[in-house]
Ligand binder design. Sequence first.
Ligand SMILES: [Fe+2]
Ligand SMILES: [Fe+2]
Length: 288
Amino acid sequence: MIKVRKIGFEFPDDIDPHWKRDEPEWSHMVNGASLTMPYLEPFLIDSIREALETIDDPAVHDAARGFNAQEGQHFRQHRRYNELLKAKGYPELAAIEDEMQASYDRMRARRSLQFRMAYTAGFESMTLGVTAWLVERRLSLFGGADPRVSSFILWHFVEEAEHKRVAFDVYQAACPGYFMRAVGVFAGALHLMWLSRRGYVAMLKKDGLWWNWRSRLRLWKRVLEFGSYAAPFMLRSLSPRHDPALEPDLPWVRAWIDGYARQTTTDRVPLVDTRSADIPPPFAEVAT
Ligand SMILES: [Fe+2]
Ligand SMILES: [Fe+2]
């Protein structure tokens, strides 16, 4: 069962877009990715919905409903965060958002359902690498950072791991085919990287950091780190025998999901302690 969690993340005015103060580059990489979500995730949802029209299996329908509900929560929360980014010094992001919308509109109009589902499954295989990166390197990526943004991002990727198999299963049930699935791995990952880059380059330019070599080195370090985590997942997903259900669950992710389920109230926003030496899941009673 895929659980829908409606969490009241708050993005008040005192959140700094440089939410990890010593690393504006990493902050903006996340901000750039966030900017894409209200355009990407509705596209994933629509592709899944259309594919379901051709599938009878009730188990696939159930899982896909959970997937769509989780993705719906993700992009709505990201949209609120993105409004904050625009209001806090980066109004030029609005023009990039228009380009993102146009890009997904073109794909909806011109690309086959099989391509759109392959893109969806391909993108989802990359997100598993991102979850591993965020969780395994959490001290470096979130240590000392604003817990409100850190917790929001970690929640999103916990749920990405939770619904890891759904897009793949829908693709296999609705429009299977190895060649297109492999195309989708590259299309989903590279398109998203390109769109995210549009956002973070604009923000770093606005900060006057884009032509600063120290800043560029810090950025490249994080981009390479991202690649080192995402690439193995993408390569494995290129195997003809690939099944994302076989990707092991990370203990931290499992502990987050179990901890959330054991809470007596869901009113509380699960904020991670970014000052902790371990950054455990944000539920006092569970340890990793
Ligand atoms: Fe998502
Ligand atoms: Fe997802």
